[in-house]
Structure formats: structure tokens, C-alpha cells
Design a protein around this ligand. Structure first.
Ligand code: PLP
Ligand code: LYS
Length: 420
């Protein structure tokens, strides 16, 4: 759960670092996302310490939270970036992450995206199919460049996570099947504009156990040995995303235990290790602050109706994901069971059912916890709801790091044809 250290209660009022959430809410209309810069820094430094023995390149998965202030925080700590689009490359570069620390994943990289990445000189393309390899070779040759590649290997390992975020089973769309890896590497060795440099694997997100990592990395290690025997130059192993996070009091392995598994399974290969954590850097560094609009007593239950909806935080609707929900002010308030819902016209716009929350009334502030990763980035404007603001806190300072647009800005994105 979101660490008390960065979102502590003082006299039963929630703070972000040293800034009262109620103070933020007065300055920034609810709903808004609030991130703790110190929490992001602490998670990054934990990874750096854990993976010091491998001298790993940490490439933050930009998809988890691409806000420029977040990326700048990580760039200043020396982070690289794992990206999946030109947009994410541009975000990373603009935050000061150098191209030589960027790895590019994704199953359907378009020609113009490859061209852009090649011109920047990124560290590695994680190639996910043979057709992608062929196109990359053509684009690199045309530009007189060389694309450094790893194939993303699908090891057919069950990640023991939610089916929608499991990526390393044979039935998933990701990567080249392990059984076809040799054919793919042999083909890559023949093609102009391609330099083989590594192997990549990512079996899924929100992994709470080490065994699936261990199984996947063991398969990758023996593949690397076979590829080397076949004459391929493999110097990099990209092990994909990081650990899951504690949403609900789960007992999670430490980053050090994760690094130890990497050392045990891959250490003997003497490869450069790349790791692409997203959720474990940002997830518990952010919350969604919302106001109670109404408390409604239904036939069977009480509803806390918030001003934040599924369009602002999709995870509960999409994955039935659990997020801890806290009253920002809990002075002398008993716990009560509520269905916590948003204003969107969908029954699925439900954050929690019969959840114990300190008794709340209209106007009270509610914090939905562990929202720093895959929160703001997955938001939409469904129901013509404006994107919400994002705020970053550091010690006793805060800054709005994304403004809420105006309704005019939203409407003016559309173009009415001249014949109407
Ligand atoms: C290729 C790739 N790398 C890294 C990540 C980040 O994973 P996580 O947020 O679980 O660390 C993802 C997302 O699952 C991914 O698809
Ligand atoms: N969006 C997912 C994670 C997807 C990871 C992308 N490969 C989540 O919120 O849990």
C-alpha cells in the first residue's frame, strides 16, 4: 500500500510529504493526481542499490507515467527509458534522457517511428517479430544506419498475474516464440543495417512472486548460450519490467531478492543487464485526490459518489484492480462500508464495493492510493470530462505539473467540416 512515509497522516489529516492534502485541494480543484517526488527517488535508488552488482541500466518504462516532471526526476538520477512509441521517445529526450539509454519495445512499430528512433541513435530496438525485423533492416539501410537489436523472446511462462497484463505466454501477441528464436537470429545476422546485440524478455506486469522471473530468465540464459555457440554476439540481456507493488498489503519480494534471482540465473553470462521497471517506481508514489459529491443511501447500500471517475482512473473498471481508499480527514470518524463510485454513466464506474472508509459527507476529500503508475496515462475524456490536473510535491513544496485544460480547449480539438 502507499507508504505512510510519503503520504503520512498527521493528527488524522493526510499529507503528501509535508504538504497537507486539504491545502492542495484548496489550490487545485479536485480531482487531481498527486505524486511524491521523494517516493519516486527512493524507489529508483532502491533499484540502483539492488542492481549495483550487475551495474544494470535502469530504463524506466515511460508508459507507467510519462509526465515530464516525473521523467525529469528520473533523468536527473541517471535513468534511461523503455519506450513504445515516438511520443514516448520525444518525451524521454525532452526530459533529458539521452538516446543511448533508450530501449524501444512494441509489437507494431511503424516505419516512421523506426526512422525517428534510428536518427536519434537509441541504444536498442527490442524487435518483436520477423516482419518487424525485415522492415527495420530496410529503414536502417535506406538511412545508412545500423539498428542495434535484441529479439523480445516469448518464453511461454505463466507470470501468475492478471490475464490482461500477462505477456509471456505462447497465446500472447508479444515477442518471438522461443522455438523460433534461432531462425530469427540467423535471419538478423544476414540482414544489412542490423547489429545483433542482445536478448529481451518481459513476461508481464504486477508480478508478486519471483518464480516466474526465475523460470523465464533460466530459459533466456540457455538461449543466450546456444546463440553464442551459433556465433551470435550477445552482450545485453534486457529482463523487462520490474516487480509488482503492494496494493492491498501483499507480501512482496524485495528488489534485492529480484536482483539476486537475476544474478543467479544470468550472472554467469557476463552480459549488460537492462531492466525496465514502471509500476514499482511510480505506483506507490502517487494518489488520486477526489471530493465526495453526494452520499446516497440506496436500497441495500451506501454510495460514496466521487468527482473522479473511471475515465480518470481506469484500473478498477478494466482489471477489477484493488486500490486502497482513504478519507483525507479521519478525525473522530468511524469506519463505514461504502460502494465508492464515480460520476460516469457506466455501472463499471466503481472504484470499490462495500469498502470500509471513514465516514464521509458531501465535500469531504477522498484519496485513492497507489495510483502513480498506469493512472493518469490511461485516462480519457469519456463523458466530455476534462483531463485532471497533476501535482508534484517535494518536502514542503508543490507544483502543478499538468494543468487541467479549459472546456474551450477540449471542444476546439474537434473540427466541424465546412459543409456543416
Ligand atoms: C515491454 C515492457 N517493459 C516494461 C514494462 C513495465 O512493467 P512494470 O510496470 O510491471 O514494471 C512493461 C509493462 O508491462 C512492458 O510492456
Ligand atoms: N495498464 C496495466 C499495466 C500494463 C503494463 C503494460 N505492459 C495496469 O494498470 O496494471
Amino acid at each position: 500500500m502507499t507508504p505512510e512515509k510519503f503520504f503520512p497522516y498527521q493528527n488524522d489529516h493526510m499529507f503528501a510529504e509535508q504538504v497537507a492534502i486539504s491545502e492542495l485541494a484548496q489550490q487545485v480543484a479536485t480531482p487531481f493526481y498527486c505524486y511524491s517526488q521523494s517516493a519516486i527517488e527512493a524507489s529508483y535508488l532502491d533499484y540502483q542499490t539492488a542492481f549495483a552488482q550487475q551495474d544494470a541500466l535502469i530504463c524506466y518504462a515511460v508508459k507507467a507515467n510519462g509526465n515530464q516532471a516525473v521523467l525529469t526526476t528520473l533523468a536527473k538520477l541517471g535513468s534511461g527509458a523503455d519506450v513504445v512509441s515516438v511520443g514516448e521517445i520525444k518525451r524521454a529526450l525532452s526530459a533529458g534522457i539521452p538516446a543511448e539509454k533508450i530501449v524501444y519495445s512494441g509489437v507494431a512499430k511503424a516505419e516512421h517511428e523506426m526512422e525517428f528512433a534510428l536518427k536519434q541513435g537509441i541504444f536498442q530496438f527490442n524487435v518483436e517479430s520477423e516482419p518487424e525485423l525485415e522492415l527495420l533492416s530496410q529503414v536502417a539501410s535506406r538511412l545508412n544506419k545500423e539498428a542495434a537489436i535484441a529479439f523480445r523472446i516469448n518464453p511461454d511462462v505463466c507470470a501468475q498475474t492478471h490475464a490482461k497484463i500477462s505477456t509471456g505466454k505462447a497465446e500472447n501477441k508479444f515477442g518471438v516464440p522461443l522455438s523460433k528464436a534461432h531462425i530469427a537470429y540467423n535471419r538478423a545476422a544476414e540482414l544489412p543495417g542490423i547489429k545483433i546485440q542482445g536478448v529481451d524478455v518481459h513476461i508481464g506486469s504486477q508480478l508478486t512472486q519471483l518464480a516466474p522471473f526465475s523460470e523465464a530468465f533460466t530459459r533466456i540464459a540457455s538461449l543466450v548460450e546456444q546463440l553464442r555457440q551459433a556465433g551470435h554476439n550477445i552482450n545485453v540481456v534486457d529482463i523487462g519490467g520490474g516487480l509488482g507493488i503492494d496494493y492491498q498489503g501483499e507480501d512482496l519480494p524485495s528488489k534485492q531478492a529480484y536482483a539476486d534471482i537475476v544474478e543467479q540465473t544470468l550472472g554467469h553470462l557476463d552480459c549488460k543487464i537492462v531492466i525496465e521497471p514502471g509500476r514499482s517506481l511510480l505506483g506507490n508514489a502517487g494518489i488520486l485526490v477526489s471530493s465526495v459529491v453526494y452520499v446516497k443511501t440506496g436500497e441495500e447500500r451506501q454510495f460514496l459518489m466521487l468527482d473522479a471517475g473511471m475515465n480518470d482512473l481506469l484500473r478498477p473498471s478494466l482489471y477489477d484492480a484493488y486500490h486502497d481508499i482513504q478519507a483525507v480527514n479521519r478525525v473522530d470518524k468511524p469506519l463505514k462500508p461504502y460502494d465508492v463510485v464515480g460520476p460516469v454513466c457506466e455501472t463499471g464506474d466503481t472504484f470499490a464495493k462495500t469498502r470500509q472508509v471513514h465516514q464521509s459527507k458531501s465535500g469531504d476529500l477522498i484519496a485513492i492510493m497507489s495510483c502513480g503508475a498506469y493512472g493518469a496515462v490511461m485516462a480519457s475524456n469519456y463523458n466530455a470530462r476534462l483531463s485532471i490536473a497533476e501535482v508534484m510535491v517535494k518536502d514542503d513544496n508543490f507544483a502543478v505539473i499538468k494543468k487541467r485544460p479549459s472546456y474551450e480547449e477540449m471542444i476546439n480539438q474537434d473540427i466541424v467540416p465546412s459543409w456543416l
